[in-house]
Design a protein around this ligand. Sequence first.
Ligand SMILES: [Zn+2]
Length: 156
Amino acid sequence: MKKMNVESFNLDHTKVAAPFVRLAGTKVGNNGDEILKYDIRFKQPNKEHMEMPGLHSLEHLMAENIRNHTDQVVDISPMGCQTGFYLSVINHDNFVEILEILEKTLQDVLNATEVPACNEVQCGWAASHSLDGAKEIASEMLAKKDEWRQIYIEEA
Ligand SMILES: [Zn+2]
C-alpha cells in the first residue's frame, strides 16, 4: 500500500480489535511542547458503527466532561466513519492516565441527566441527539475496559 499522509490511513483496519485506545501520533513544537493524538476506537471497523444521534450526544458529553478531569485536552471529536473518536492532548504522555481519564469521562456520560449544549444556539444540529444512545455506547465501551490496550487481533 502507498504510504499516506494520514497516520490512520496506513493502519490496516481489518487487523484491529475494537474497542481499543491507540497513540496515533505526536508532534513537538518549537518550544518542546508535545501534542499527542489518540485513536479511541469504540466499534469494530466495517462491522459496527455508532448511530449519529447517540454519537453526537456522546461527543457533547465527552467534550464537556473530559475537561473536568484534565486541562490538557486540545480536542476530542468523532471520526466520520462513526466508529471512534480522536483525542488530542498537550504534554500528556501518560497512557495509563489517559485510559483513567477516558473511564471517568464515560462514567460521567452514564450519570448524565441531560446533553450539554443541545440547543440551536450552542449546536449545529440540535435536533439530532440521543442521551440514551450516548449512554448505551458509553456503557458498552466501559464493559470492555479490559480490552482497551489490545489494538490488534491476536494472531492464531
Ligand atoms: Zn452538536
